[in-house]
Design a protein around this ligand. Structure first.
Ligand code: SAM
Length: 262
């Protein structure tokens, strides 16, 4: 019998081959993953923002604020936010003085939930919402000053393709930042974090969003995401320079930043 705080068996982080890919702890066909991911976010879209606060005790706000601080938005700058969901990153970018923002997401339901947010009213002439896959962006080359992806890359099937697309749409001198869950650096904290993630979060998901499985997937997908040094290599491999990593909250979340020089 398993103890209440046991962590389910997890595969190696970042395990992908040409035919298959991780979907949480399951291995699925590559063609299958985006449909499964779409189902997850269709299911949670209307409760997504409230669940983010409940799951993280509001700490996701601090991580997002840290990414915006690192960007230091300027008037006239254009942001393309990949996997932008309900628009949190774009809203913060605009509030901090950035120029224009495009929220791009594969899920119309997430964008629809974002469009309903009253906070965007003030910025309606500087925000666009666009259905699009991060792996094949509907934007021209060298058209954005900043590209971001927050808690999105681990859901993407071909992560190298998404990073390459970020590079393609950036202007020379532009910057790509990825905020993502990562690997906890303290063994003691890791035990408490696992207990919270595997035992509490799916129950919370069931209670608030009526869906435990989607939140189980979210927890599992964090464990199978590549570690920070591997992601940094993926940035460099796509042509990004001056790649830097900032670990936050003992490694629970990480920001990667890279510049497109020319
Ligand atoms: N960035 C938002 C935030 O930080 O609140 C939303 C993050 S949410 C955890 C992940 C988002 O990634 C979902 O809205 C989902 O629809 C989107 N997504 C998953 N795969 C995608 C892809 N291939 N291209 C674009 N968006 C994708």
């Amino acid at each position: 019998m398993s103890k209440p705080h046991d962590t389910p068996q997890q595969p190696e982080a970042g395990g992908q081959d040409s035919e298959t890919i991780d979907f949480g702890f399951r291995t699925v066909g590559r063609a299958e993953k985006s449909g499964l991911v779409r189902d997850v976010f269709d299911s949670v879209a209307s409760r997504y923002d409230v669940m983010n606060d409940l799951m993280s005790g509001g700490v996701h706000r601090l991580w997002k604020a840290a990414m915006i601080d690192w960007i230091a938005p300027q008037p006239g700058q254009t942001l393309v936010d990949l996997a932008g969901g309900t628009g949190d990153i774009s809203l913060r970018f605009l509030r901090a003085g950035g120029g224009d923002a495009v929220v791009t997401d594969i899920n119309e339901s997430m964008l629809a939930a974002g469009r309903q947010r009253r906070e965007f009213g003030k910025y309606s002439d500087r925000i666009r919402w666009c259905v699009g896959n991060a792996e094949a962006l509907p934007f021209t080359e060298a058209s954005a000053d900043i590209v971001t992806i927050a808690f999105g890359l681990r859901n993407v099937t071909d992560r190298d393709a998404a990073i390459a697309e970020a590079h393609r749409v950036l202007k020379p001198g532009g910057r790509f930042l990825c905020l993502e869950f990562s690997q906890v650096t303290s063994a003691m904290l890791a035990r408490a974090y696992d207990a919270w993630s595997f035992n509490v979060l799916p129950r919370l998901g069931q209670l608030v969003a009526g869906d435990a499985d989607s939140y189980r997937y979210l927890v599992e997908s964090i464990r199978t995401f590549p570690p920070p040094e591997v992601l940094a290599d993926m940035f460099a491999g796509a042509g990004f320079a001056q790649v830097r990593v900032r670990r936050m909250s003992a490694g629970i979340a990480c920001i990667h930043s890279g510049w497109k020089l020319d």
